[in-house]
Design a binder for this molecule. Sequence first.
Ligand SMILES: C[S@@+](CC[C@H](N)C(=O)[O-])C[C@H]1O[C@@H](n2cnc3c(N)ncnc32)[C@H](O)[C@@H]1O
Length: 280
Amino acid sequence: MNFELIKKLSSKPKLYEKGSSVMWTDPYISKKLLELHINPDHDIASRNKTKIENISNWILQQANNSKMNILDLGCGPGLYAEFMAQKGHSVTGVDFSENSIQYAIKQAREKQLDIEYLNQNYLDIDFVEKFDLVILIYLDFCVLLPEERDKVLRNIYRALKKGGLFICDVVNEMNIDKKIIAQSWEIQETGFWKDAPYIALTNGYHYPEAKVLANHHIIIGENDTIDTYIFWTHYFETKDLVEILEMHGFGEIKCYNNVLPKSNDYWNGENVTFYVSGKE
Ligand SMILES: C[S@@+](CC[C@H](N)C(=O)[O-])C[C@H]1O[C@@H](n2cnc3c(N)ncnc32)[C@H](O)[C@@H]1O
């Protein structure tokens, strides 16, 4: 085992350092993720079924329009898209996980729902004034690096019709120190990260100057293979997010802290805020 390399990799990552691998599009991990997404009973990858229904209803109430063109960015297996299509809306879902999109297409076909799914990176979408509502749900806004965030917001603004709404949920600053994951390790014959034996070393860090947390995973496989994954999660005070949204042209910005109930769930109504903003 290359001890010196592992020691070096185990140090605190530089701000916005990238890992060696991408979780969402890895062929093996994305299958494991799809299993997690479609399990209705927990909040891993996607929220549980009750929360998804409640959030979807809440989102539709904000728009208050019975027939909309809706764009769901990072739609995963289409849990929100399906709910909204079943309420009579025409939905487009975009996700770069091929596994999730193939599953979503099959479900929509079987249920005869008006949903178009695109297997695409949402940083590259180029719709122009097509949608009444764009959603980016389950804290996806928080994982974007600043330049990606700017790109996505430009894409969303362009994609919206005049008077359209953008709705996203973000981590806020409440009790953020409690969200730094603890150092841990695991050894598996097969598991989430690999269909082969591996050791996983995990650590969490806080970068208060950039208001961002990092979850750092080092996965050591047989024959000394090493993959690293670094997940950045920004948290936003209201003044910061309002400034970012306004800079991109959005107005009528409203924030809601009561969409999720306060609970013992890792992400709950205390630390997740929903934002509704409009293209005027
Ligand atoms: C946390 S999951 C949320 C899925 C869905 N919004 C939900 O709540 O059920 C994030 C999703 O965004 C997708 N994703 C992440 N970055 C993306 C990107 N740049 N372009 C397209 N999809 C992306 C992932 O593949 C994954 O399906």
